[in-house]
Each structure stands twice: as structure tokens, then as C-alpha cells.
Design a protein around this ligand. Structure first.
Ligand code: NDP
Length: 505
């Protein structure tokens, strides 16, 4: 319960003022398309607004890239590749990646505030993202020199297997971790020796543009091009571009399928990091408090806007009441509000559209017999009425085949199921089209390992959640995607293999 006695209007005005001051301090100077090392207007001069989801105020007007701009960016990238970047040794690329990491780390506070303004994520989490982005460049700087290829002596043949970059790659990223997703894409592409054209999400283009400003003196012109715009315009033009040799996409499964289909026309290599509906399995041996802390973080981190969010809870009947009671009081204790405040646990969703989408799922869940153990709507506090807030929500009583259970809600909404038969529980845990991640909470090492193997997903946490470590591959089974991020496998995805077979006769 808050001890703040000010009126809702006073508190709302304070938030607006804080956001205005932050915007004055951290908004990037350049909001054009970043092509060939220059910030330029879109060819047709059009722009779009990016909005602060906390206040509803327009933050900036950004150039709206379309097909002609994507063409320019792809051409600039090929020129940079042919004339300069393809001559860079691994050591030189390593120095570039390290310098980018340093530049990000020198601006953590500023970039985090900018991310919070544009996306609405709590500032404490935004700082983790920005540091993670820098770390990502460092990881790929570290492994780039080990990418030496193989040789083989086979009788009268001497074989060399070498890895070559694709040349120019197209990358499309979502709005949930804007700068971190940019780093997940840019770092391995550059490490592998490619030039790139990257389209940030229309809701959150600002940190990618600020990154372009920061790396302008570090990366040769044309090596990195950033083209903000709409998915159906800039995104589709990029992923279907005939001169793009590899496409990397993160976003919804529905759009991922379209991207894959359009890449088929030119037989272009694709990696996809798509949606999830991940199960978290709680065994009865653990202390309920431990389970509550982990389950809460699994679903509510980043306002539930995580592809890997643990959004289906399978809690053993023996401790279900204790865990659910604990979750309800943990939700009561959460601070929902201004994401620029260090104390805030849950900020707004990224956009009004995303609020509407979540609310539709909640209405449908209620119609289908779901009971809200907590939340279920938007906060009543008038001070939050400008923002895109949704209450942290627990739903019990839904059939496992209902929409709110099968589909990715991408909000702070957890579906709860009790279990006592392991095989029945596991059949449900795997009964979704997704297979991105999962969680197991138990102190029994054998159960932990067998359950981790039984869950059909690409990444399983045992007694933790969300912590991603560079070097451990991240990616999905089933319709959650193709390919792996964060690891040496990723470098492979940005290269093609050439075999040179030399006759020794
Ligand atoms: P999208 O999949 O539409 O957006 C992801 C990115 O793809 C954005 O940059 C988007 O552009 C772009 N895009 C959209 N259409 C195309 C296209 N035809 N060709 C190429 N690129 C395209 O997700 P939404 O933002 O619409 O969110 C809808 C739902 O998707 C969410 O509620 C969530 O369930 C899921 N999602 C999953 C994510 C994940 O990490 N797995 C991330 C984001 C969303 P634009 O900037 O115009 O949106």
C-alpha cells in the first residue's frame, strides 16, 4: 500500500515532467535512416511517430523507410563489403566489436533511460539489457579469431574447409528488448564478416538509432545500416530483397512464417527466433517461497514481454495452495508505475495495441471459465491512466486447449495448472505449438534432469529463469524458430562453408 498522499493528478503530472526532462536529456539528435554512414530522410520524406507508452506523448518523429530506402541500404552494404569490410582480418573485426562494446558501456545510463522512455520497461531492467548488449559484442569479439576452418589430408587430396561470410544480411528485430536484440543480430553478423541492414521495430527505433550515432566513428560507412519503418514496408522489402543473402528475424511466429516463405523465392538462408508459451514445472520438494520467487520472475520480468516467458505454471498439488497464495501476495507487493523510477517492478506494455491484445485474451479467458486469482484488468489508479498498463494476472481453471493457454499473450499473464501425475502433466506441458524454453523447480537433481529432457524446448532453466549466458545457445524447437543465438552456432549461421579440394598429384 503506497504512503503517497498526493492526488492522482499530482502524481501523473510528476511522471509527465520526469519523462519530459529525461526526453530532453537523452533523445538522439538523429532520427533519420542510417545508410552508408549518414543519417538521411526517407526517399519519399515520410516519417512516423514513436510514443512513450508511460505518458502517451510522442517522443520523436522518425524517418519511415520503405522499399526504395531498403534498396539504397542494401546497395551501400554491398559496396562497403566489396570495397572494405571483406578485407578486414578477424583481428581487426575483433577490435571493432570491442570498441562497440566499450561505446555501449560508456553510455549505459543514457541508453537505459532512452530504452525505458521508448519501450516502458523498468529502468532497473533496461540497465541489465544495455549491459547485456555490450557483453554480447564482447563475446563475439572473443570468439571471432577461433573461426579458422579445418584442413584434411586424404591420400592424394588435401582438403580445406573454410567459412566465408554471406556478404550482406538482412535483420529484423522486435520491440521487447530493442537494443539487446540489435546486439544479438549485429554482433555475430559483423564478427562473421558480413555487412548488414537492420530494421528495428516501429514501436522502439530510438536506441538502435542512438547506437548508430555511437558507432559512426568505429564502423566503416555502409557496414551497418539501420532502416526504421513498418514491418509490411521496410521489413518485407528487406526480408524479400533479392540481394540479401541471409535473413535473421526475431518476432511473432505468424510473421516468421511469412519471412520464411518470402526467403524461399530466392532460396535465402533464414534463422528465426519466434514466440513461446513456456512451461514452468514445480515439484513438491521445494520450499514454496523459492518457487514463488522464481515463478514471479519467469512471468513478470519485462512486463511479460519476453519470448521465453514462463507463462504456463504446472505446480504440484501438494504445494499448489502455498505457491498460489504466495504468488498472490507477491503480486500485491509489486510496484506498478513509472518505469523511470528505480523502485518500479512493472511498467507499461509497449503500446496501446498490445494492451488491447492482452485484454482480449483476458476477456476470452473469463468467458471460457478462467478465474482470476490476481489481476485480470488494468490498474484503477488514475495516475496511471495515460499509460499502457495491465495488471499482473494469474488465471486458473482454463482448459489447456483454450486460446489464452495455447497462444502467446506476451503480457504479465500466467496460466496455472495443478498436477499430481507426472506423465499427464508432461503431456500438457508439451501440448503447444511452441518449444522455446521451460523451467524446472526442484532440489532433486534426478527429477530436474529428467524433466529438463522431457520438455520439448530449446532452452531449459533449472532453479532459475531468464538468465542467458553468452556461449550457451538460445533458440527454439517446434514453431519457436530455427537456429541458435548467443553462441558459436550463431557465428556459423552467418557464414557459408566452402570446401577446397586440392589434388596432390
Ligand atoms: P511482429 O512479429 O509483427 O514484429 C516483429 C518485427 O517484425 C518488427 O520489426 C515488425 O515491424 C516486423 N515485421 C512485421 N511484419 C513484417 C513483415 N511482413 N515482414 C518483415 N518484417 C515484419 O510482432 P508484433 O510487434 O506485431 O507483436 C505481435 C505479437 O508477436 C506479440 O504480441 C507477441 O506475441 C509476438 N512477439 C514475439 C516476439 C518474440 O521475441 N518472440 C517479439 C515481438 C512480438 P514493425 O516494426 O512494423 O512492427
Amino acid at each position: 500500500m503506497s504512503s503517497d498522499t498526493r492526488s492522482a493528478t499530482e502524481r501523473r503530472d510528476e511522471v509527465r515532467q520526469r519523462h519530459q526532462e529525461a526526453a530532453d536529456e537523452v533523445l538522439p539528435e538523429q532520427t533519420g535512416l542510417y545508410i552508408d554512414g549518414e543519417f538521411v530522410d526517407a526517399a519519399d520524406g515520410e516519417t512516423f511517430d514513436t510514443v512513450d507508452p508511460t505518458t502517451g506523448e510522442v517522443l520523436a518523429s522518425v524517418a519511415r523507410g520503405k522499399e526504395a530506402d531498403v534498396d539504397d541500404a542494401v546497395e551501400a552494404a554491398w559496396t562497403a563489403f566489396d570495397e572494405e569490410w571483406s578485407d578486414y582480418s578477424a583481428g581487426r573485426r575483433q577490435r571493432v566489436l570491442t570498441a562497440i562494446a566499450d561505446a555501449i558501456e560508456d553510455h549505459v545510463e543514457e541508453l537505459a533511460r532512452l530504452e525505458t522512455l521508448d519501450n516502458g520497461k523498468p529502468i532497473s531492467e533496461a540497465k541489465i539489457d544495455i549491459r547485456g548488449a555490450a557483453e554480447h559484442f564482447r563475446y563475439f569479439a572473443g570468439i571471432v579469431r577461433e573461426n579458422g576452418g579445418e584442413t584434411m589430408n586424404a591420400g592424394s587430396r588435401y582438403g580445406q574447409v573454410i567459412k566465408e561470410p554471406y556478404g550482406v544480411v538482412g535483420q529484423v528485430i522486435p520491440w521487447n528488448f530493442p537494443l539487446m536484440m540489435a546486439s544479438w543480430k549485429l554482433a555475430p553478423a559483423l564478427a562473421a564478416g558480413n555487412c548488414t541492414v537492420l530494421k528495428p521495430a516501429e514501436q522502439t527505433p530510438l536506441t538502435a538509432l542512438r547506437l548508430a550515432e555511437l558507432i559512426d566513428d568505429i564502423v566503416p560507412d555502409g557496414v551497418v545500416n539501420i532502416v526504421p519503418g513498418y514491418g509490411e514496408e521496410a521489413g518485407a522489402a528487406l526480408t524479400g530483397h533479392p540481394d540479401i543473402r541471409k535473413v535473421a528475424f526475431t518476432g511473432s511466429t505468424a510473421v516468421g512464417k511469412q519471412v520464411m516463405k518470402s526467403a524461399a523465392d530466392t532460396v535465402t538462408d533464414v534463422t528465426l527466433e519466434l514466440g513461446g508459451k513456456s512451461p514452468v514445472v514445480v515439484f513438491p520438494d521445494v520450499h514454496p517461497k523459492k518457487a514463488v520467487a522464481l515463478v514471479k520472475s519467469a512471468i513478470f520480468y519485462n512486463t511479460g514481454e519476453c519470448c521465453e516467458a514462463g507463462s504456463r505454471l504446472f505446480v504440484h498439488e501438494d504445494i499448489a495452495d502455498d505457491v498460489l497464495d504466495g504468488l498472490v501476495s507477491a503480486i500485491d507487493d509489486m510496484t506498478i508505475g513509472d518505469p523511470l523510477d528505480e523502485e518500479t517492478d512493472l511498467g507499461p506494455k509497449v503500446s496501446r495495441e498490445q494492451v488491447d491484445r492482452t485484454m482480449e485474451f483476458l476477456e476470452k479467458a473469463q468467458e471460457e471459465g478462467g478465474q482470476f486469482l490476481a489481476g485480470g484488468g488494468q490498474p484503477e489508479d488514475e495516475a496511471l491512466s495515460d499509460g499502457c498498463f495491465v495488471e499482473p494476472t494469474l488465471i486458473e481453471g482454463l482448459d489447456h486447449d483454450s486460446e489464452a493457454v495455447q497462444e502467446e499473450i506476451f503480457g504479465p499473464v500466467l496460466d496455472v495448472f495443478r498436477w499430481d501425475d507426472y506423465d499427464e502433466m508432461m503431456a500438457l506441458a508439451n501440448d503447444v505449438e511452441y518449444g522455446l524454453a521451460g523451467g524446472v523447480i526442484t532440489d532433486d537433481i534426478t527429477k530436474a534432469n529428467t524433466t529438463a529432457r522431457d520438455i520439448e524446448a530449446g532452452y531449459i532453466w533449472i532453479n532459475s529463469y531468464h538468465d542467458l549466458v553468452a556461449g550457451l545457445p538460445f533458440g527454439g524447437y517446434k514453431q519457436s524458430g530455427i537456429g541458435r543465438e548467443l553462441s558459436a552456432d550463431t557465428l556459423d549461421h552467418y557464414q557459408q562453408t566452402k570446401t577446397i579440394n586440392l589434388s596432390l598429384r
